[in-house]
Design a protein around this ligand. Structure first.
Ligand code: CO
Length: 151
């Protein structure tokens, strides 16, 4: 019986360890020349010390014509961030540098390029209403999805 309870205890430790490792700390997206992201919903954990955004542009068009970035924000702020981003222009990656509503963003890239950015999970609140989107002018109509945040 002692052996059995020890085994169960170890199993519990393994399961707990696995659950920890399963916390998703990466937002991986592919954007293409058809103005689309490959995913509509991504789940991350607010307990991640660091969340990494990984963007790959799988198309061929240049950033000036079909640029993509990934911006993370509260859903209610998406439209306003997009409007201010257009004013900021491509040299600023279509993001107003002073915009505190932007939780995180990558630079704008063109076909064949990749970009990454990181931010602390504590900038997100579990259960909050968040959206990932591309702030290139006109793209957020199609290039957006729901960022689900768990504890
Ligand atoms: Co785009």
């Amino acid at each position: 019986m002692k052996v059995l309870s020890t085994s169960l205890l170890m199993l519990g430790v393994l399961v707990a360890g696995h659950a920890q490792a399963a916390n998703n700390c990466t937002i991986a997206l592919k954007g293409d020349d058809a103005m689309k992201f490959d995913q509509k919903q991504i789940t991350v954990s607010a307990s991640c010390p660091t969340i990494t955004i990984q963007l790959a542009h799988t198309g061929k068009l240049p950033a000036s014509a079909m640029g993509h970035n990934v911006v993370i924000a509260a859903t209610k702020d998406v439209d306003a961030i997009g409007r201010d981003g257009i004013k900021a222009g491509l040299p600023n990656n279509y993001v107003n540098k002073a915009d505190t509503r932007v939780i995180a963003h990558t630079k704008v890239i063109g076909g064949g390029e990749k970009a990454t950015a990181t931010f602390p999970g504590k900038k997100l609140t579990a259960g909050g209403d968040y959206t990932f989107f591309c702030s290139f002018p006109g793209h957020s109509m199609l290039m957006k999805g729901k960022l689900v945040v768990t504890k």
